[in-house]
Design a protein around this ligand. Structure first.
Ligand SMILES: CC(C)(COP(=O)(O)OP(=O)(O)OC[C@H]1O[C@@H](n2cnc3c(N)ncnc32)[C@H](O)[C@@H]1OP(=O)(O)O)[C@@H](O)C(=O)NCCC(=O)NCCS
Length: 189
């Protein structure tokens, strides 16, 4: 693995968004615990189309963050948060899918979520392009992600940055009494 992915806390880049706000993209570190807990809590409350539907406790979030930071140290994970005016508004990552299986060690899995007040101004595009670049630096040749079939905004973003739809798992999600298909996207880096 290359050592080029940002270490915890390290700034990756600064981008100017379409509305003029400036976002700092950097790797998370342990000081982000409460901000990340607030971020996931807000997304769960909004019921965005992600598979997490319950707010983690602070202890659970601390354990999750600790594991992620350890994965960054092992070069199995590249993670970025985005800050606008010192407030954490987005979290995303690309992770080596099965480091224990050498024949699949070139496949990464991507996830991204942005708070409502920072959507639609290009931050998702900047984060996705950064993650694809980081995936290359990690020697991940293929990156995959799964999305609710109903999440057309996310699918627009994925297509825009070069992902293609590769499959559909029928009725993978059961939410509010209805079944929703899961659509898988992939990109060759
Ligand atoms: C999906 C998400 C990451 C998109 O990020 P974003 O910062 O809003 O995206 P951008 O502003 O960079 O827009 C990128 C593309 O997304 C699509 N898009 C964004 N906002 C849209 C809207 N309101 N309506 C339709 N398409 C939209 C467009 O294709 C857009 O391309 P364009 O800039 O050429 O118009 C963000 O909306 C989000 O975090 N949503 C909640 C959590 C979530 O759904 N995560 C994905 C789970 S798989």
């Amino acid at each position: 693995m290359s050592m080029a992915v940002p270490r915890p806390g390290q700034t990756y880049k600064t981008v100017t968004l379409k509305d003029g706000r400036i976002a700092v993209l950097r790797a998370p570190d342990f000081h982000d615990l409460d901000a990340l807990l607030a971020l996931i809590s807000e997304l769960v409350e909004e019921r965005v189309e992600i598979i997490t539907t319950t707010k983690p406790s602070r202890d659970e979030e601390a354990e999750w963050l600790g594991r992620r930071l350890a994965s960054i140290e092992k070069d199995n994970l590249a993670a970025l948060v985005a800050e606008i005016n010192g407030r954490l508004v987005a979290n995303c990552e690309v992770e080596q899918r099965t480091p224990q299986f050498p024949e699949m060690s070139h496949v990464g899995v991507l996830g991204i979520a942005i708070l409502k007040n920072a959507r639609g101004v290009g931050l998702g595009t900047a984060l996705m392009e950064s993650l694809i670049e980081l995936a290359r630096q990690m020697h991940l040749r293929v990156v995959i992600l799964d999305t609710f079939a109903t999440n057309t905004i996310a699918q627009g973003l994925y297509r825009k940055v070069g992902f293609v739809e590769v499959g559909k798992i029928p009725k993978a999600i059961h939410r509010d009494g209805s079944y929703i298909d899961m659509v898988r996207f992939a990109i060759e880096t």
